[in-house]
Design a protein around this ligand. Sequence first.
Ligand code: GRF
Length: 217
Amino acid sequence: MSGKLALAVLISGRGSNLQALIDAGRDPAYPAEIKLVISNKAGALGLERAAEADIPTLVIDHKAFETRAAFDAEMTKAMEAAGVELVCLAGFMRLLSEEFVAHWLDRMINIHPSLLPAFKGLDVQQRAIDAGARFSGCTVHYVRHEMDTGPILAQAAVPIYADDDADALARRILEKEHVIYPLAVKWIAEGRVTITDERAVIDGVAAPDGALVNPAP
Ligand code: GRF
């Protein structure tokens, strides 16, 4: 028993947020530990990142299951066998069944590349640009059944520049994803988060002061 919060990270691809969690865990003082990485895609780059860090991996191909619930149940079985306490979705490109979300209620979080509740779903960087938004960012939140909803743990805002394309904006956002995801996991692992009236309250954190204006005044 390490006394650390046991994590599973669910991925479908690149796994750069997984990498951020792996890197955070290299600090012996970090209070959470990845016990298992599950991918629904065999070729996911994130699987290599996990293997390099000696973290057990599992490929569970959703196409091998007749129903979404059966696929989800298989993931739950594997995670429970590994003693997982918190599920971290990190670029996991499957919708989740109601049963799965209920089973892991308040024990499953996600990272999304927009300032929720704006721009839920896919293609969010292009949509933020097309909307003429001056800021976007990323959000770590608890998972609820409706996609990209749930109590918010942390957000980071980045400016959108006039000449941005979706890739440039995605890169700027991703850099901040890698900061706030390990931070949110740390707060949970330290027992500092309570959910009251569907809002996550974090003990002992300070709010930033000042405001950002874009374009600059
Ligand atoms: C990230 O932008 C994350 O916010 C979204 O999917 C992407 C995953 O990237 N949910 P990576 O696989 O962690 O590199």
